[in-house]
Structure formats: C-alpha cells, structure tokens
Design a protein around this ligand. Structure first.
Ligand code: ZN
Ligand code: ZN
Length: 561
C-alpha cells in the first residue's frame, strides 16, 4: 500500500509536530516534550491569531496530500490532523469559550507538573519555573480582558480552582526550594516572582468574585442544539450524529432495565427472602442492588483487593485466549501519590509518547482517615462485583492494555491527538467482553452489577444531551440518575455538576463502546467461520488511538478483499 507519497507525508508530520509544540508549549509539556517548559503563552488576542494562522497554514499544507495515495496509517493520521486543525479554528471563531469559561485560565496545573516531574534535575526544573513565572501577571491580565459574559457555574469553578492552585506556588514551590542546591540569590528572585504570581492569581479570583450578571442575567451553561452537535462532531468523531447516539442510548437504557428486572426478580428470594416484591420494577431492582452492594472489602484492604485482582485478570485472558498481553510491560500498582490525592478509586497514570519506556502506574486512592459513613458508601459503590469491573476498565484488558498497544503504534500523531471516544469506548467494551467470555462465572450478581455499571455510561450520554439540548432541570436529572440508574445522591449530584461544566465528553464512553461492539459484530459476520476474537482485538488496537470510524473503514475494507 505504501507509495512515494508516504515518505513526503512522514517528513511533513515531523515538521507539523515541531510547529505544534512551538504554538502550544503548555500542551507540549503535558505530553512529556519539555523543550518549552519555560514558556507561558499570554492568552490574548494576538495569541489566538497566532493559533489561527498556524491552523490555517497547516490545513493548506494538508490539502496538498491526496489521501488515496497514502498508506492506511498515514491516511488516518491525515484525517486526525485535519480534524484537530478545523476544531481549533472553530473553537476560536465560534465556540469562544475564552469569553465565557473563566476556569480555562489557570496556570497552577502546569507548574505542578514541572515541580513533580522526574525527567530532569530539580534545579533545572526550577529554573524553567522561574522563567515561566515571569508571564503570570500578564497571563491573568489577558484572561480578564478576554472574558465577556461568563456562566455563573464556570465562574464559581474558576474561583475555586484558582484559589485551590495557589498552594502550588506557595507551599509546593517553597518545599522544592528547600531541597534545591540553587544559590540564595536565585532562590530569593524565584520567591519574589512566585509572590507576584500568587498576587495575580488572587487578584483574578477577587475580580471574578466581583463579577455581576449582565442585564439578561448570567450566560446559560446550556450550549443548545446546534453548538452541541458541532462540538460532538469535533470531539467525539463518531460516524453517528449526536442525535443518533442519544436515540441509541435511550434504547439501551430500556434494554438494560429489562435485563436487570429479570435478574433482580430471580435473585429476590436469595437476598430479600419473603419480603413482598414492590410492584414498581425499578424499585425491585434497586432493593436487590442495595443488598448485593453490602458484599465489599474494607478500607484497609482496598488496595490489596485491587492488587490481588490483576494476576487473576491476566490469567483469565490467557486461558480464554482473548488478547496478547506483553509481559515485558507490567503494571505497577501503587498508592496514589500525595500531589494527586483527593480522588478516591483508581486511575491509570500512563507514560506519554516521549516517555514510552516509563512505568505505567495504577494509582489507588487511600480510604484511610475517611469518616466511616463516607468509606462505607464508597465501598458499597465499589463492592465485590463492581471493583472487578473497575479493574477490567482501568487496567486489564481496558485502559492499560490499550495503552501498551497504542505505544507500539509508530504514529506520534495518534499518540498526541488520541481520540478519547476510542480510548474510553475500548475500556467500556472490555467490561462486557470479559463477562461474555465467562468472567465472574456468569453469576447473576455479577451481570446485574455490570448492567448497573453500563447504565452509568448510557445515562451519562442521555444526561449530557438532555442538559445541553433539551433544557433538563436538575430535579429531572437527579431522577434519571438516582431512580433510573440506581446511583447514590452524592454521585448523582456530582454528575449533574459535571454536566453543567462540560459538553459532550460524557458521551464518549457509550458512543465508543457501541461503535466498537458494532464493529466487532460486523467483522464477525464478514469473517464467518474464520472469526477469531483475539485476532480482532489485536488488529483493532494495532491502529492506535484513532477514531473508531476510521479504524472501521480500514478493517472492513480489508475484510471485503
Ligand atoms: Zn458494609
Ligand atoms: Zn475510562
């Protein structure tokens, strides 16, 4: 398939990535490219014009390549680059969140990443921080100028996060300076700049606190049908529209309720004995789920329970021949480092494209010091059954396994512009795939809790769409999440808040899941007797973190040959 167009395109991609990092130094640092760590872009109109010029120039360059002449992998790269550039233009010209989302202006995360990094000596990192600090006052000055009519929700979030981030430049930086070998003069200058930066941050928070709604009130956090659909196209990159995915999610919710009712009904006597069955089927499901959720680990054994799971999952995958797992890249389970503390549960900390050799960590939050009732509620949510599904999703064969394959894909473009819908969709797909293959011994409890878990992704999509397009009230949202998705009040309230602050990201889980599942079934039908699940998984992941619709085109084209 490769032709003379490919070497030319490969060379162009390298130039593109270099230019991308020059234009977006903060993004560069976050993926492990540290040449521009010392640069802080002041987010003013001139910076936005530079970004627009960058995007337009590269869209022109891309137009000179004929996709038909490129290899499959390069063709996908080209489409992903084009989508990224078009989305960047749209974000500045149409979406304009720099006018209404004050929380997008925050420097503390970038400083925290450099402070906590291990890629260079502390003193070198501190010198980059010193240079970067110079622009902080101008940064927040530009932020104020760019905000026109913010939403109340994003304003409150910005105040909270700005003040929350002050400790990075006060406490964390001071702690690092104590450990540093820099001279006293350098340290003093650094402290002076940090003080000015903190003053700018507090000033920004004060300015936000003093903002009052205009004559028409605050801007609504609901983005409306048209803007929602466009953002869905750019971010989700599905072959379906937002409206179509929403319809599929509604149908899936109904299907799940039906399956859950049958299981809960069959488990009633085991868990509730002679208690009369409620006439409302959702209440019946809820009662059984509440009982099953009482089977859970203890706060002290939470990390050990997760650790024990990993080899069990690996063995099951080998026994059932589901996908090749590279034994040279083991997953390291660790207690969540202090600087990321606060979020319980578990998450994958993956090496970026410039640091492929580094360890992948499975960070497990500690429950020590939690009040008893909070820990109990958390452990019921992550009970004996859902904890296993969580491990499938986050670790093996979910995010962690996908990441190992993605890092083996030679394309830097797919690593940098990785499609979140494919990444989340894969993790959600593996939950079902494992159970289909007998993980959990087909126990009805396991399936019921799985369906509850799957209902969460499904209702994320419904919630997001209804909040932004259909004016869903908070009361109706809480009803959906608590009564129809069986969530705890606190979890549901958190999800409502997330839906008011983000747009379309909540759809990625269900959309990716459905697209991957459908692709597998299509592929299976075409392959007939030749179908091999392991081969399907390895082939699918071999394309890297590309949108499922592009992978689908390639795979089905090949299957048709
Ligand atoms: Zn308990
Ligand atoms: Zn995930």
């Amino acid at each position: 398939m490769s032709s003379s167009a490919d070497p030319k395109f490969d060379a162009y991609k390298e130039r593109f990535v270099e230019a991308l990092w020059k234009t977006y130094p903060g993004w560069a640092s976050s993926v492990g490219y540290h040449n521009y760590d010392s640069v802080l872009v002041v987010p003013d109109e001139a910076a936005r014009q530079r970004e627009l010029a960058f995007s337009k120039a590269h869209l022109d360059s891309l137009a000179q390549f004929d996709p038909a002449e490129l290899s499959d992998n390069n063709r996908i790269d080209l489409q992903m680059m084009k989508a990224q550039l078009e989305s960047a233009v749209w974000a500045i010209n149409e979406w304009r969140s720099h006018e209404w989302d004050p929380s997008q202006f925050n420097v503390s995360g970038a400083f925290a990443e450099i402070l906590n990094g291990s890629y260079d000596s502390l003193d070198n990192r501190l010198r980059n921080i010193y240079r970067k600090l110079a622009n902080v006052p101008a940064y927040y000055e530009a932020a104020r100028k760019s905000i026109v009519n913010p939403t109340q929700e994003h304003t409150e979030l910005a105040i909270e996060q700005t003040l929350g981030g002050v400790s990075v430049l006060e406490q964390d930086l001071a702690d690092a300076l104590l450990k540093s070998a820099l001279g006293e003069d350098e340290k003093r200058q650094m402290k002076e700049r940090a003080t000015l930066a903190v003053t700018a941050m507090r000033g920004y928070a004060d300015w936000l606190k003093a903002l009052r709604p205009g004559a028409d009130g605050w801007r609504s956090f609901r983005v409306g049908k048209e803007r929602y659909s466009r953002k869905f196209e750019y971010d989700i990159q599905s072959r379906y529209t937002a409206e179509e995915v929403y319809g599929k999610a509604l149908a899936r919710k109904k299907e799940l309720h039906g399956k859950m009712y049958l299981l809960a009904d069959s488990l009633w006597a085991k868990y509730l004995g002679a208690t009369p069955r409620p006439s409302d089927s959702l209440q019946l499901i809820r009662s059984v789920i509440d009982k099953i959720s009482l089977t859970h680990t203890t706060p002290d054994s939470f990390q050990a329970a997760i650790e024990r799971q990993i080899p069990v999952l690996v063995q099951f995958i080998k026994d059932k021949n589901l996908i090749y797992l590279d034994p040279s890249r083991p997953l390291v389970v660790r207690k969540e480092p202090a600087y990321m503390a606060g979020v319980a549960g578990a998450s994958i900390n993956a090496p970026g494209p410039y640091d492929k050799g580094a360890n992948t960590y499975y960070n497990v939050g500690s429950l020590s010091g939690w009040p008893n009732d909070k820990a109990e509620s958390f452990l019921r949510e992550y009970n004996h059954y859902t904890l296993q599904i969580l491990n499938i999703h986050e670790a093996i064969p979910g995010h962690y396994t996908q990441l190992v394959y993605s890092n083996q894909s030679p394309s830097i473009i797919k690593a940098i512009l990785g499609n979140g819908t494919m990444i989340e969709g894969w993790a959600v797909y593996t939950e079902l795939m494992m159970l289909e293959n007998g993980y959990g011994n087909n126990e009805p409890e396991m399936w019921l809790m799985y369906y509850k878990w799957n209902l969460r992704s499904t209702c994320n999509t419904i919630l997001d769409h209804d909040v932004h397009v259909n004016n869903l009230s908070k009361e109706a949202a809480m009803h959906l999440l608590v009564n129809e998705a069986f969530q705890q009040e606190a979890e549901a309230a958190g999800k409502w808040r997330r839906a008011t602050l983000t747009q379309v990201q909540l759809c990625s889980y269900f959309t990716g899941f459905m697209e991957i599942y459908d692709l597998r079934e299509e592929w299976k039908a075409r392959q007939g007797g030749k179908f091999d699940l392991k081969a399907f998984h390895e082939k699918f992941l071999g394309y890297g973190s590309a949108p499922v619709k592009y992978i689908r085109e390639m795979m089905l084209k090949e299957a048709g040959e």
